[in-house]
Ligand binder design. Structure first.
Ligand code: ADP
Ligand code: ZN
Length: 222
């Protein structure tokens, strides 16, 4: 089953995707995570992608699409996958449909998480990520802080702020791009009949657990 998580920055889509992945055992494929891993390992792809990411721009499709294509060829996504951060444009969505249809698959479920704008900025600024690339756990200093300040609960590595989360210009740019290029995907998937009614991720269910439970109920119905 192919599940897509849509939602602007800071809506908790990565957190929810992680929870669903734990339950279903389907891998969470986050393009942002793959880029960050490559950046920290200073691979050719990472060096190239960083030029765009650090400014808050999208990485070009010539890099992103083949990377996802390769990832979706791996054995572990055979039964299911949770896509987090891809597709982000109509072009990417069309390419994804193409890739999947070659294997007799399709997008089965699309989740759109929404959060009020004034909360989004706050959530991005208070976001912290584990520096251990194998762990990548995310925290929020206000909503779900680690037990010990600055230290990952799961693996004990130091936490840090993502580079693109520290630059107000980059944050603004990402939100603009989301609005312009990614939000049309809601309509795209609604027309295909695979969009889950919008889930609002507000402070009350900040842990993402309530949202994840709703999504899991949907998956079980399919
Ligand atoms: P956020 O949702 O906070 O922007 P992500 O981890 O999803 O964080 O992505 C970080 C950055 O990686 C994005 O700002 C963008 O530059 C790049 N990126 C991630 N996914 C894609 C994609 N599908 N297409 C192009 N660029 C992407
Ligand atoms: Zn960790």
């Amino acid at each position: 089953m192919v599940v897509i998580m849509l939602g602007a920055q800071g809506t908790g889509k990565g957190t929810v995707a992680g929870l669903i992945s734990q339950e279903t055992k389907w891998p969470q494929v986050s393009t942002g995570d793959i880029f960050r891993k490559n950046i920290s390992e200073k691979t050719e792809l990472g060096i190239e992608a960083d030029k765009y990411i650090s400014k808050g721009n999208l990485v070009p499709d010539t890099i992103t699409i083949p990377m996802v294509k390769d990832r979706l060829k791996e054995q572990d996504v055979k039964d299911g996958v949770i896509l987090d951060g891809f597709p982000r444009t109509i072009t990417q969505a069309e390419k994804l449909d193409e890739m999947l249809s070659k294997e007799g698959k399709k997008v089965d479920l699309v989740i759109n998480l929404t959060t009020p704008m004034e909360e989004i900025i706050d959530r991005i600024i208070t976001r912290r990520v584990c520096t251990n690339q194998e762990c990548k756990a995310t925290y929020n200093t206000k909503l779900h802080p680690p037990k010990i300040e600055g230290i990952c609960d799961k693996c004990g590595s130091p936490l840090k702020q993502r580079e693109d989360d520290t630059d107000p210009e980059a944050i603004k740019r990402r939100l603009e791009i989301y609005e312009k290029q990614t939000s049309p995907l809601v309509e795209y998937y609604k027309n295909k009949g695979v969009l889950r009614t919008e889930l609002v991720s507000v402070t009350a269910n900040h842990l993402g657990k309530d949202v994840a439970d709703e999504v899991l109920a949907d998956i079980n119905k399919k």
